[in-house]
Write a protein that binds this ligand. Structure first.
Ligand code: SF4
Length: 206
């Protein structure tokens, strides 16, 4: 089932039985970013606060393992799935191996998802923990910084365990979710997901 097929198949929630959504805490304005900020403001994610039919469960996996503020980290030698398989590492920007801490954070996030019976996750793209579409390949502060298609470690574990993860930049998918949460919401069919934008197609030659 594609992401959009899944989202279209989601039940219509109510105030009494809201949709259970796991979100990267920073997307809800929590200052859990590496630099003690919320990593900017993303109206597409903050909009979820408007819906009485949504129950938002917020979690920051990196803060769980490394505290805030902290160093930035990225995945070296693969993507989040490769980290889970022991084929790639998570390094802080000063080169400290954070792989074990990140895997512990991913397991905690999965535990929360299961406890809360999460129906969908909305997570911050590009993050070595929460990314779901695009992440950095190696250190993002390198003068030769590169991107790769793939997920961060925590998103990878959720996806592997069957939980649907979309990013705050998957605007077409978010439109479907908004329409589930509010029957008066008209889907904006001009919106597209992150993997459909011109930059993505050009950069990855897809
Ligand atoms: S680990 Fe995830 S929730 Fe925490 S700051 Fe990074 S992107 Fe946001």
């Amino acid at each position: 089932m594609t992401d959009r097929e899944y989202l279209n198949s989601i039940r219509i929630p109510s105030r009494e039985n809201p949709l259970r959504i796991l979100m990267s805490a920073c997307l809800m304005g929590i200052k859990c970013g590496y630099d003690g900020t919320a990593n900017g403001q993303y109206p597409s994610a903050l909009k979820f606060q408007e819906f009485e039919t949504a129950r938002i469960i917020r979690f920051c996996p990196e803060e769980f393992s490394f505290g805030s503020p902290r160093e930035m980290c990225d995945i070296h030698g693969g993507n989040g799935m490769d980290v889970l398989d022991g084929k790639a590492k998570v390094l802080s920007d000063s080169g400290v191996d954070w792989t074990d801490g990140m895997i512990a954070a991913a397991k905690k996030m999965l535990e929360i998802a299961r406890e809360e019976n999460i129906e969908v996750a909305v997570m911050m793209d590009m993050s070595a923990a929460c990314g779901s579409q695009v992440i950095y390949s190696g250190n993002r502060f390198s003068p030769n910084k590169k991107y790769q298609i793939g997920s961060g470690v925590c998103a990878a574990l959720l996806i592997r365990e069957g939980i649907k993860v979309i990013s705050q930049r998957d605007y077409a998918s978010l439109e479907i979710l908004y329409s589930k949460l509010d029957s008066t919401h008209t889907i904006d069919k001009s919106r597209i997901d992150h993997h459909e934008i011109a930059w993505y197609k050009e950069y990855f030659n897809v």
